[in-house]
Design a protein around this ligand. Structure first.
Ligand code: HEM
Length: 400
């Protein structure tokens, strides 16, 4: 039997992710060409990995697979990522460990527990606003706002500026430009950094301005790049929230089950993470020659990990194309693995738990009110717009 043609080049076409079926392509690649070379186009050449075990192994070997030359594919003409070696995501051990230590306290289980009240109040505010209007566009009005308010709070922005952060980051995401290219946002961060340098307080930005790595304080550039990294990474949080809401709207029986069996909330959150896998790829650069499934990877080669593919690998997940909030085990890779395991994981999970909890308990029916438009991106996946109608909760008195 001849294997069907595998056209991995299409994977880098954003249109496929917006309107096509990348999962069909990934399924064929896992089966027929799991370590697949894609020659250079406007993007550099790279290896595509689509199987769970390979993706996990690369994530867990930062000595062989470096993050310092960028973790996302970018056109060759743009050169290497300017944040390379400077940010948490784009650094390798041992420096990575030191940078992570500067920020980890703000994302620990304990810290997130302390934030739950704030997240609950912020969620209530965005939901109340939506209910008052009767409808909204859930990606921006609920998920985006909520994620940015929370990361703004952690970084140390005054509450009155959270909406500004949301507006500016939204403008940059919409325009498809880096946050660093948004001048108002960068000017704002520089000003805030100066204020925290003059007078540190109890927030993440103060940890960055007072902390050291390799015994040296971080430079202004490093601090700015790390702020940009944190805020940019938060886009994954909003996509997991909005993608989760969409998954439940498309699987109403699972939503009703969650309503009946509330102790399934933690596994429902894991299944939303697996199902949405909003970080579409991570890239690494080989530091030395190595072999994966018989294919020789040379030092300097780029290796791209297609995370949603690993999370549908039929060798690991039973019935992987079924959205099942009770799935056990569910050792998905949505939040990566190893040294670079998502630092925002506990926070993202708490935001989902709180949002889904309030949608179940505090508002009325939620339904789609228009077509869903998916993101045109090879870096992150999920809904770009999700129009919904959202009703007020019917109290016993109004139930008649
Ligand atoms: C609350 C929102 C979030 C924040 C603030 C956040 C922040 C971060 C940061 C700073 C890193 C770099 C960690 C390191 O290099 O040590 C990271 C890594 C990562 N995060 Fe998140 N994240 C969030 C939510 C998510 C979500 C919801 C997903 C996916 C569902 C996700 C997927 C990932 C992945 C795959 C990596 C590894 C990237 C790589 O090294 O190639 N994150 N996250």
């Amino acid at each position: 039997m001849t294997a069907p043609a595998v056209l991995p080049t299409r994977l880098t076409d954003p249109e496929l992710h917006a309107t096509g079926d990348p999962h069909a392509l990934w399924r064929r690649m896992r089966r027929h060409d799991p370590v697949s070379w894609q020659p250079p186009t406007e993007l550099p050449g790279f290896w595509s990995l689509t199987r769970y075990e390979d993706i996990r192994a690369v994530y867990r070997d930062p000595g062989t697979f470096s993050s310092a030359r960028g973790v996302l594919l970018r056109p060759s003409k743009l050169g290497e990522d300017p944040g390379g070696g400077l940010t948490l995501a784009l650094s390798d051990p041992p420096r990575h460990k030191q940078l992570r230590a500067l920020m980890a306290d703000w994302f620990s289980t304990r810290a997130v527990r302390g934030l739950e009240e704030y997240i609950g109040a912020a969620t209530r505010t965005v939901l109340r606003r939506a209910v008052e209007r009767g409808e909204c566009e859930a990606v921006h009005d609920i998920a985006g706002r909520l994620s940015m308010y929370v990361i703004g709070h952690i970084i140390g922005l005054p509450p009155q500026d959270h909406e500004l952060l949301f507006r500016w980051t939204d403008e940059a995401f919409e325009a498809g430009v880096s946050l660093a290219a948004h001048q108002d946002l960068m000017r704002y961060f520089i000003d805030l950094m100066d204020r925290r340098t003059a007078q540190p307080t109890d927030d993440l930005l103060s940890s960055l301005v007072t902390g050291t790595a390799d015994g040296e304080p971080l430079t202004e550039e490093e601090i700015l790049f790390n702020l940009e990294n944190l805020v940019g990474a938060t886009e994954n949080g909003r996509l997991a929230l909005a993608g989760g809401l969409l998954a439940f709207l498309e699987h109403p029986a699972q939503w009703q089950r969650l309503r009946r069996e509330r102790d399934l909330m933690p596994s429902a959150v894991e299944e939303v993470l697996r199902w949405t896998s909003s970080a579409t790829h991570s890239m690494r650069t080989a530091t030395r020659p190595t072999v994966i499934r018989g294919r020789r990877i040379e030092a300097g080669d780029r290796v791209v990990l297609w995370v949603p593919s690993g999370n549908r690998d039929e060798d690991v997940f039973q019935d992987p194309y079924r959205f099942d909030i009770a799935r056990q085990p569910n050792r998905h890779l949505a939040l990566a693995s190893g040294e670079h395991f998502c630092i925002g994981s506990t926070l993202a999970r708490a935001e989902m738990r709180i949002l889904f909890g309030q949608l179940l308990d505090e508002v009325g029916a939620v339904e789609r009110s228009g077509p869903v438009v998916r993101l045109r991106s090879i870096a992150v996946g999920g809904p770009h717009t999700l129009p919904i109608r959202i009703g007020a909760r019917r109290t016993p008195a109004t139930r008649g």
